[in-house]
Design a protein around this ligand. Structure first.
Ligand code: HEM
Length: 552
């Protein structure tokens, strides 16, 4: 073989590769010099590749973001990948603008690619008209009356977890050491299986079938003890997906299982709906007659399939089978780790606040039934305040990200002083710039919540500060579930599920942290999970000592 020909071919390939990399990175390489955000105040960048990303990752509970707001004011620029400027603002008018204009502020390409890789192309992935169409079909399945129907699943599975812990205690003696995060995650997987698809993963059953999906989720959401550089690079360079590691193999396995279960469920349910329909009287027989009020079966997938066939949804607006299938992993992932993580932090907070725990337990023990309805759970004022306070202080998703699809001028409430000493009453932003939405930072801002904003005080909800009414969140003057057309669709679902869990577990057990509080750190990848400072290599965990509660 002619060696010069080979070298020529290789150099051609190298030039093509270099051109592709430059084309891809072009906007990132130019942004540090010409972004309209450059004038905003903010911290200096410490690394050319990662900007401030590693500082944020390393800071316990991402508290560094709050510190920047305190130091530089409500509107800040920090550097991301390849030193690209990112907008970080807690200005409520600016956030309202961004969240309500969701068709113009979309998830960035890399984030969508990464979402699609784990979740498929469901409602979390879609943008613009396709997103609006999917929300229209999905919304009815998440309304209050649907959640009421699901409450007995939440309560039943909470009791199954209670019984599992009771038997662990009897095996270990009077007290058991339990990683509550792992068990709560099993519980919420079982719940979303049953409530979402009428499918029992049975993962709380110690003698149950081996659960590949549960294990895969555990791995996907585990927090690495080092900055996940490969994960970040993969989002920018999809070709790196061909480099496999333990996590990517788990993601692929989980996807295959979700795909298989999802397809099987959709076929079964469609057959069931058609059968039900065929049993109806002659004049009701056409599919056009399927009304939302006919929705008898209560799981989310059946409701979705029926809503999709309902006569008020025009043919052109209906979802394809592929679109319906894509919602299965979306619900499984979005509805599972978020709620278990939120409940983990809530129980942690109770171990650190004995007065609150006692007051809560007194309220819960006064209820005469073990199996409350949604109305009975919602009628417990202190339980409501405890859930609100833990979702404020421990928002499971600390930040999310958006990019404007065209240049924009964002209005602000609070004028700010830029790096040139000039006062600005709006933020100019270029198409494609990254905007980081501060879910957690806004929830604990001292200027909004007061000097005690980092303390767990459910009583603050008796009269929340006036300033909280400007927060553009879908629920409770908080950004925990975001706001605007892209707000969490499942917030009512998770609130009642959390209440059922806390109701059942706090009535049954005494909890104590099994390690010193200073050993617990909060580390965010997709959700903020607990990690032991003394043993980060063990992955996320929340070890508690648990014993049965006995009233004196
Ligand atoms: C404590 C529990 C939960 C928290 C903190 C939470 C938080 C959030 C947040 C912040 C978003 C917006 C993400 C973004 O656009 O960047 C979101 C979206 C979403 N959540 Fe939740 N979530 C929770 C529970 C649930 C549950 C139980 C379900 C379903 C059963 C669910 C389903 C969804 C879906 C489908 C979306 C996408 C909505 C859209 O893009 O239109 N979530 N959630």
């Amino acid at each position: 073989m002619d060696i010069s020909l080979v070298l020529h071919g290789l150099s051609g390939a190298l030039v093509a590769l270099l051109a592709a990399v430059l084309w891809k990175l072009g906007p990132y390489l130019l942004a540090p010099f010409r972004s309209s955000l450059l004038n905003l105040p903010g911290p200096p960048s410490r690394r050319w590749l990662l900007g401030s990303l590693k500082d944020i990752y390393d800071s316990d509970g991402e508290v560094i973001l709050d510190e920047w707001i305190e130091q530089y004011g409500p509107t800040v620029m920090f550097r991301g990948f390849l030193n690209t400027p990112r907008l970080f603002t807690t200005d409520t008018r600016a956030l309202n603008h961004i969240l309500t204009h969701s068709a113009e502020y979309q998830k960035p390409e890399e984030a969508r690619r990464s979402l699609a890789h784990i979740l498929g192309r469901g409602v979390l992935f879609k943008e613009g008209d396709q997103h609006r169409q999917q929300r229209r079909v999905l919304n009815p399945a998440f309304g209050p009356s649907q959640i009421r129907e699901l409450t007995d699943i939440f309560v039943r599975k909470s009791m199954e977890l209670r019984d599992l812990w009771t038997s662990t205690i009897s095996v270990q003696g009077h007290v058991a050491r339990v990683d509550i995060q792992k068990d709560l995650s099993k519980m919420t997987l079982d719940v979303i299986g049953l409530a979402g698809f009428n499918y029992d993963f049975d993962s709380l059953n110690p003698e149950g079938k081996p659960n590949k999906l549960g294990q895969a989720f555990q791995d996907i959401f585990d927090v690495p003890d080092r900055f996940p550089l490969l994960l970040l690079l993969r989002n920018f360079f999809p070709i790196l997906r061909f480099i496999h590691n333990k996590q990517s193999r788990k993601v692929e396995e989980a996807q295959a299982v979700m795909q298989r279960i999802g397809m099987q469920l959709i076929q079964e349910k469609k057959a069931e709906i058609t059968r039900e329909h065929a049993e109806k009287s002659e004049q009701e027989k056409s599919f056009d007659d399927i009304e939302r009020r006919d929705l008898r079966s209560r799981d989310l997938l059946t409701l979705l399939l029926k809503a999709n066939m309902a006569s008020d949804i025009p043919e052109s607006q209906r979802l394809s089978d592929e679109d319906v299938l894509a919602q299965v992993p979306t619900f499984l992932v979005a509805g599972h780790e978020t709620t278990s993580t939120a409940t983990t932090w809530c129980l942690f907070a109770l171990t650190q606040n004995p007065r609150v725990k006692k007051k809560l337990r007194d309220e819960l023990l006064a209820v005469e039934t073990d199996t409350p309805t949604m109305e009975e759970l919602n009628a417990l004022p202190y339980l409501d305040m405890v859930i609100r306070e833990s979702l404020r202080l421990y928002a499971p998703i600390p930040t999310t990200i958006r990019v404007p699809i065209k240049d924009d001028v964002i209005p602000v409430n609070e004028p700010f002083t830029d790096r040139n000493g000039e006062v600005q009453d709006s933020i100019r932003i270029n198409k494609g710039s990254h905007v980081i939405i501060p879910l957690q930072t806004l929830n604990r801002l001292r200027s909004v919540w007061g000097e005690d904003s980092y303390e767990f005080k459910p009583e603050r909800w008796e009269s929340p500060p006036e300033a909280t009414s400007n927060i553009p969140g879908v629920w409770g003057h908080l950004l925990t579930f975001l706001g605007g057309p892209r707000a969490c669709i499942g917030y009512r679902f998770s609130l009642v599920e959390m209440k059922a869990l806390v109701f059942t577990l706090v009535r049954a057990f005494e909890f104590e942290l099994a390690v010193p509080p200073s050993d617990i750190i909060r580390r965010a990848t997709i959700v903020t999970r607990p990690l032991l400072r003394s043993a980060p290599e063990q992955g996320s965990q929340m070890p508690l000592y648990i014993k049965p509660y006995k009233c004196d």
